[in-house]
Structures are given as C-alpha cells and as structure tokens.
Design a protein around this ligand. Structure first.
Ligand SMILES: Nc1nc2c(ncn2[C@@H]2O[C@H](COP(=O)(O)OP(=O)(O)OP(=O)(O)O)[C@@H](O)[C@H]2O)c(=O)[nH]1
Ligand SMILES: [Mg+2]
Length: 303
C-alpha cells in the first residue's frame, strides 16, 4: 500500500463521519450561503477540531471564496483543503537529529502509545542504517522494560535497562554513557506515563532533562509529546500541562485509526502552535507516518 493510501485507511473513521457529510455540503454549494458555512463549522467541531480552530477555518474559506469568486463545489473543496493545510503547517515537521549521538525524549501520560511509538521509530531509523539505543526510563511499571526490550529486538536496536523501581535519571545517565561508548547515532528515552501523581511525573521529567543537558550539552534533542487522538480535547489539556514543564519540540498523535474525531489534529497544531511530527495509524511496526500537512489534508478532505 502506498503512503497516501495508508494515511487514508488510517483516517477511514474520520473520513466516514466528517468528509462524507462535507461532500454533500460541497455538492450543494451555491455561492453566498450562510447555512453552508454554519454547517461546515459544526461538522468541524463535531470532529473535534475545536471551536476556535473551526471558526478560523471557516473564515479562511469565506475569504478565499470571495477573493477568487468561487462557485463550484469542487473548487470550494480545494480551497478548503488549502485553508486546512495552512492550519497544520506549524513549525518544523522533521526531526532535527544531526549530532552523534542525538537524543529523543518521549513523554506523555499513560497509555497514549509512547513505548509503541519508540519501537516504530527505532525500526525506521535502523532501517535507514542508524545505530539506535533505547533507554528504558519507565522503571515505574513492572512490564515496561520488558515491553521496550521486545521492541528493541524487533527494531534491531540496543537497549539499556535497569531493574524495576530504580531511578529513571540514572538509567538515562547509563544510557548516554553506553551510547557514547558504542558510537550510537540516536538515543531514544522511554518515560513513565503514570506515577503516584502529576507533580511526581513532572519532577521526574525535570530530573531526566537535567541529566541530558549535563551529559549531552551540545547534542540535538527532540522532546516529543505523545497524544492519543481518541482522547480528543483531553489531549489538548495534557499538552498544555506538559508544555509548562518540558520544552516540547513536537507532537506524535497516535491511534488516529481508532477515532472518528481526527479533526483533533487541526486543534493541536493551531491551538498549541507545535508541529505534529508523526501520526500513528495502527499497532504495527509500519503504522507510524511522518506528518505532511498537505498530504494529510488531502487524504482527509478529498474524496
Ligand atoms: N490502534 C492503534 N493503537 C496504538 C497506536 N499506538 C499505540 N497503540 C496501542 O496503544 C496501547 C498502549 O501503547 P503503549 O505504547 O504501551 O503506551 P505507553 O504510552 O507507553 O503507556 P505507558 O507505558 O503505560 O505510559 C498498546 O496496545 C498499543 O498497541 C496506534 O497508532 N493505533
Ligand atoms: Mg510505555
């Protein structure tokens, strides 16, 4: 399956609920028509694109329709796709990992897909010929290290792991030392999503961040916040909390295949002004796609 078809398949539920009703709207578009714009905004909000972002989208379309004197439904659909692409086009979508080693810190609340995303990302990188080392920084949950080990095997990556309950910052310290000694290109750090409380979680992330800054002062670093698309607006709230503590460089939005409310991508990019760098469209190793605004908007909005 091609790249584009795979995204389309991953978005099937959202397409079914959102795009199908938009198709009717575009088909019956007759120029100046308030109902059209209202209905479009409602459909976006229902797909979790958020009130502000949906308003912005509709205003953007209204402007283009006027400017260009658009009449036909397909022209309007194309203009809408253009507006929606613009909303998604925030910041640098590519990972900046130029130094050797460079480091990725994966953060997010429990169950969003951090460990799975690390496995998928590691597999992509080793396939490109990079030497990847995973660090099992989630020492809180009993099965976490084992889960990461399985992914390390599958992705042909190295792993540094301590026993359950040990200090995550010290695992990260050892991981960095091992990466230097073994000449790894990329270090990917898994972190716990669940601790006794939120303050603990944020403190721990701070500790890990300090170790990285001390041990790898000049390395390129990506701090990726993983959000679960099926949690909708909750994900946005989580993101705002993480943004206060960690210097988030981008978002990975997982489980788009599992929701009819994929419009959340627009709210995330637009409200947080953080680039979505990858999307997860399934549980398999190949189900992580680099995020490209234009392809995404087309896969979602074109028939
Ligand atoms: N359908 C689907 N499932 C996914 C995707 N990404 C992850 N999952 C599933 O989500 C579940 C949780 O994933 P994990 O990677 O363990 O999540 P985590 O953030 O590491 O969780 P904690 O370690 O408990 O904080 C697993 O069953 C994954 O297979 C995705 O893109 N699509
Ligand atoms: Mg995990």
């Amino acid at each position: 399956m091609g790249f584009f078809d795979k995204i389309k398949q991953g978005l099937a539920k959202t397409k079914q609920s959102m795009t199908v009703s938009m198709n009717n709207m575009f088909t019956s578009f007759t120029g100046e028509n308030e109902d059209f714009y209202e209905e479009l905004e409602e459909t976006l909000i229902l797909a979790d694109a958020g009130v502000e972002t949906s308003e912005k989208a509709v205003e953007g379309l209204r402007t283009l329709v006027k400017q260009r004197g658009l009449r036909g439904g397909e022209q309007v659909r194309d203009a809408f796709t253009e507006v929606m692409t613009g909303l998604l086009d925030v910041g640098d979508k590519r990972l900046k990992l130029g130094t050797k080693p460079s480091i990725i810190l994966m953060v997010g609340v429990n169950g969003v897909g951090k460990t799975t995303t690390i496995g998928k990302l590691a597999a992509k990188m080793t396939a490109e010929g990079k030497k990847v080392l995973l660090v099992a920084g989630d020492t809180f949950r009993a099965a976490a290290g084992e889960q990461l080990s399985i992914w390390a095997d599958r992705a042909l990556a190295d792993i540094v792991r301590h026993e359950e309950g040990s200090d995550p910052a010290s695992v990260v310290f050892d991981g960095i030392a091992a990466a230097k000694a073994r000449g790894a290109d990329v270090i990917i750090v898994d972190t716990a999503g669940r601790l006794h409380n939120k303050a603990n979680l944020m403190n721990e992330l701070n500790k890990i961040t300090r170790i990285i800054t001390r041990e790898l002062p000049d390395a390129d670093r990506e701090t990726l916040l993983v959000l679960d698309a099926t949690t909708g607006q909750n994900g946005l709230i989580q993101a705002k909390q993480f943004k206060e503590t960690a210097d988030i460089s981008g978002i990975v939005l997982t489980k788009l295949d599992g929701t009819a409310k994929g419009g959340i991508v627009f709210a995330i990019a637009d409200e947080l002004q953080l680039p979505v760098k990858y999307i997860g469209v399934g549980e398999g190793v190949d189900d992580l796609m680099p995020f490209q605004p234009k392809e995404f908007a087309e896969a979602l909005l074109q028939q």
